[in-house]
Design a protein around this ligand. Structure first.
Ligand SMILES: Cc1ncc(C[n+]2csc(CCOP(=O)(O)OP(=O)(O)O)c2C)c(N)n1
Ligand SMILES: [Mg+2]
Length: 541
């Protein structure tokens, strides 16, 4: 075996390029072909954070990027080690999150030859290409810095998304004298729509008597919440968010109507508005009552992707970056008197939803959400897995700060919340971080309790344990009358958490707020274990 002690090799170009691009840490898991990168990281100022599977490393990178707005590097090895990250990259793609995946590959001259090389895939790039926004192979060491800069730029260019680079092991291990100079991986200047489009949109909005703003995840990605609030105030319009947009506008504000898009009162507000200004949302099935929403007024749609304009509803499209486009719109909108009408319209929606909730049950679920809200500071991170309490939260938990509500509804990806919460804590070391996870989802990521301990990550995991796939029980009973294959023989969860050296408290619903408050104040990870049979709170028609 050839030794490369002290030599400057391709792996150094990866680490030095990431450093030049401003990366402060990398997520990942080493493998034999990728060791040159890890060797370079050993002496790099970049912090390398290892997770126990590439899937969770990918979710962590996603959580880091969602809360910080910065690209997150994800280091993968070849073949199986790369493929295991695919579901995380799919979630990042559908939620428009800038994750920069860098994988190793077998030696360049053997790719596609089928000669039985370790970890060989017939076409690794083709496995990633349909999932990510952009996928490329580095063919020589001297191209690595520019390729990484391009990846960094593409990942951030609105609409943001994950990218994938693979580098053959011989390129990573080969000696190189190529310097890494300054690299510019910044996105292009924020794009704005043509002035004529802005003028027309402003005319429509200024003439509207009952306008509504509807904010999606694009507001978070673009950092456009201040502009959104300014437009809301200028137009005197109630502000709704999609699930992915939660927190883009504080849900305790008098103009806020929340995110309960399946609720009758919410739908009616949007359907009867004479103008809806939608910012950075796909207006997909989960947002539009499975495309059943019927808009009665004009839709003005801001999106960075022209193909999304009008994809669900006919729209006056404003193609551009959310922040810059709202800013440009703001300059064209007259100020309205805050005569209290918009706040009254918003309050009427909120009241009708709460009255419906009181009539339809869900008292336990709502009490648990209140306990979480009580324990979590305004700007605390709350990551929700695909679990019943999360579906209740998506509609009814007040998110109060931007980029703090993490939810894998890009693709509905079970197992996301806990590793994403750890990634968020790495980005925001002084901010309380909570993940809410069901027992099914917990088993996807429980091994990262060790990661949390290893890196001293203070994050709290609320485990809601109903001994199975609760939501699927509900769906099965509803549709087929019986349940099947959804009950789980579960381990002794407290003992299991204890084995990881992580403190665990078991609580009843009444003790939840106190337990969470204590846990969130701890330096390291804590698990709060709650046994409860919850039900999804069905929306009020
Ligand atoms: C990766 C992935 N696998 C499977 C599913 C299907 N799925 C959605 S929710 C769910 C059950 C989750 O159970 P648990 O975490 O215990 O939450 P609960 O529904 O019991 O509240 C499953 C299997 C999914 N969405 N994503
Ligand atoms: Mg469960």
């Amino acid at each position: 075996v050839q030794r490369a002690v002290g030599a400057r090799i391709g792996g150094h170009l990866v680490a030095e390029s990431l450093e030049a691009l401003g990366a402060e840490l990398v997520f990942g898991l080493p493998g034999i072909h990728a060791l040159a990168i890890w060797e370079a990281l050993r002496k790099s100022p970049i912090r390398a954070v290892g997770f126990r599977t590439e899937l969770n490393a990918g979710f962590a990178a996603d959580g880091y990027a969602r809360v910080s707005g910065r690209p997150a590097p994800l280091l993968l090895s070849t073949g199986p080690g790369a493929l295991i990250s695919l579901a995380a990259l799919m979630e990042a793609a559908s939620s428009y999150v800038p994750v920069v995946a860098v994988a190793s590959q077998i030696p360049a001259d053997l790719i596609g030859k089928g000669r039985g090389y370790l970890h060989e895939l017939s076409d690794q790039l083709a496995a990633f290409a349909p999932v990510v926004k952009w996928a490329r192979r580095a063919t020589a060491a001297d191209g690595i810095p520019e390729l990484l800069a391009e990846a960094w730029r593409v990942a951030q260019t609105p609409p943001a998304g994950p990218v994938f680079i693979e580098i053959p092991v011989d390129v990573l291990r080969g000696e190189t004298a190529v310097p890494v100079g300054e690299l510019d991986g910044g996105p292009p200047p924020r794009a704005t729509p043509p002035p004529a489009d802005l003028d027309e949109a402003a005319r429509v909005l200024a003439a509207a008597e009952s306008p509504v703003l509807w904010a999606g995840g694009g507001v978070h990605r673009s950092g456009a919440w201040a502009q959104l609030a300014a437009v809301a105030s200028r137009l005197q319009a109630p502000v709704a968010t999609t699930f992915m947009g939660k927190g883009a506008y504080p849900e305790d504000d008098p103009l806020a109507v929340g995110s309960g898009c399946d609720e009758g009162a919410f739908a009616e507000l949007v359907e009867t508005a004479d103008a809806v200004l939608c910012v950075g949302s796909e207006l997909g099935a989960e947002t539009t009552r499975q495309y059943g929403l019927r808009l009665g007024g004009r839709l003005v749609q801001i999106d960075a992707a022209p193909e999304r304009i009008g994809a669900t509803f006919p729209a006056l499209g404003l193609v551009g970056d959310a922040q810059a486009t709202l800013e440009a719109l703001l300059g064209r909108l007259p100020s309205r008197d805050p005569d209290g009408r918009a706040a009254a319209r918003a309050a009427a929606v909120r009241d009708r939803i709460s009255r419906g909730l009181a009539e339809r049950g869900g008292a336990l679920e709502l009490r648990l959400l209140e306990s979480v809200r009580e324990a979590l500071p305004r700007d605390g991170v709350h990551a929700w897995d695909m679990t019943i309490l999360a579906y209740c939260a998506a509609a009814h938990f007040p998110a109060l700060a931007p980029r703090r509500f993490l939810y894998p509804l890009g693709s509905g990806t079970l197992g996301y919340a806990w590793p994403a919460a750890l990634g968020a804590r790495l980005a925001l070391p002084d901010t309380p971080v909570l993940a809410v996870v069901g027992d099914g989802g917990f088993s996807y990521g429980l091994m990262e309790l060790a990661t949390a301990r290893q890196y001293g990550l203070g994050a709290t995991l609320l485990l809601v344990d109903d001994g199975g796939y609760g939501i699927l029980r509900e769906y099965q009973s509803g549709e087929f009358g019986e349940t099947f294959s959804v009950d789980l023989v579960e381990p002794d969860f407290p003992a299991l958490v204890d084995a990881y050296g992580v403190p665990v408290v078991s609580v009843e619903p009444d003790g939840l707020a106190d337990a969470l408050t204590g846990a969130l104040a701890a330096d390291g990870p804590v698990v709060v274990h709650l046994r409860a049979l919850l039900e999804w709170i069905r929306p009020t028609p």
